[in-house]
Design a protein. Structure first.
Lengths: 150, 150, 150, 150
């Protein structure tokens, strides 16, 4: 099951070459994962970090930058969980805009106890929700249907 | 041949969980590549971008986050070119501190004409310098020799 | 006339002390000014910078940080032009959330030709729109009416 | 007494208009204050925040941006305490490069207990050191002597 959120390329994101500076893409990516937790898993980062004292640091990140993005571009970010382990979770993330993929990323998060910084098993309610999403058939992505012929 | 630079973990780099927020690692990584160009290849980013009108965007990035870094940590960043193509360059980058690897990344840059945003062949003087570095035997890295037994 | 936009405090904005790191507030402030240009003045930053080759750098910034903001806070940012000169513009900006002001800023922007980096007069259509906003009576702000007695 | 540190303008600092994006200046400013605490007051931010559980948030910031800075510029940042209160401290900060002032800021910090986020009196050893610096005659700044005639 694919979650989608969107972001606009801001002045703050763009480098002297006129395109998004790639660490800013990764801030956007982190924001999309934050949205996925809050809106899809029902667990916002505030509750997760401050009340539950659980963090979800990224331990692996493979990114392909497929096309540059410019000031003002409207980007859609899709987040799709593809794998869940006892304390880890693999996500496929795609940034696209105007029918063109900009970035593809594979991200691995780990569920971590913030007190002693050790990996822990996913809390049951989170783990079950992620599992259901991994199992759900992938929707034909919006991208496939909105690519304009021109 | 391995180039080394260093960076201190600043307040600005650290997230609410007390560890470096990973997009900040990638700003540091970009800074290390900037240093490598200026100090090892003799071509600073100002000259490259503003005079030569050449950019070197990152097109691929595979990162493993091996251990967290905290406020005040002194990190060494090593940059080692491992492959050069007509217009691309592959780098191995390692962040370490206190004898412990924090991050390993494989980065692919592309040489790009900033005017029309197309990949171009490396300017000869840059390409030759990178080639010589790829060919040079790897120094036994400082890391191997400074890892403390404790 | 007051323009309002909103922003959510993200993980990326928060420092190790658990509150918004102030340079991130200023990224949000810049984003609010960007929104004001696009939505209120009808001139998005892409058109302004890339087509018209005009920048609007900040030349003066007086900020009071009145109350800290935390992960997950929903903030409203109001932007009110209070003065316009030949090539400058003074803005009052207020961040608030849950009926409490977080930040008050006075910002002075200058209209700049990007080619030679000199201050220039506002393009007529922009200048006239800003003037009308400066002259318009201030709306009683939402804040005044939503402050809770407790 | 004036403390000086330096910073180079990086690719990450520069906006699409080719000059330092002002929130990045404020990250540099925060870094200079961090250096002042560590090197001049003998209290690094790690010890202060993590061991002593004391924060020093900025509560007031008045900045004038006097001249733009570009990729590659070497900037000197001077930090001069001008006033100390029970729990506050006023600093004058100046960024300069090539004999030209780029930015002048007046900054007010507050000493804060991180547990309950209340202002507290400066720990004695910090307060005394800041007081001695406020009282010390200002050195003729390096700037005065390095301004080139051209």
């Amino acid at each position: 099951m694919t979650f989608e959120t969107s972001v606009q390329v801001r002045f703050a994101h763009v480098d002297p070459a006129g395109i998004v500076f790639y660490p800013r893409y990764l801030e956007m990516l982190n924001g999309a994962v934050e949205d996925w937790f809050a809106l899809e898993l029902g667990m916002d980062f505030k509750t997760l970090h401050l009340e539950r004292r659980i963090g979800v640091p990224t331990v692996k990140l493979d990114v392909q930058f497929l096309a540059p993005s410019e000031l003002g571009d409207q980007l859609t970010i899709s987040v799709e969980p593809r794998k869940i382990g006892r304390s880890s979770c693999g996500l496929d993330v795609v940034f696209s805009g105007s029918g063109r993929e900009r970035l593809r990323a594979e991200v691995v998060l780990v569920c971590m106890d913030l007190k002693d910084r050790r990996a822990i098993a996913w809390p049951r309610e989170l783990g079950e929700k992620i599992e259901r999403q991994v199992a759900a058939p992938r929707a034909p992505t919006a991208l496939c249907t909105t690519v304009s012929p021109g």
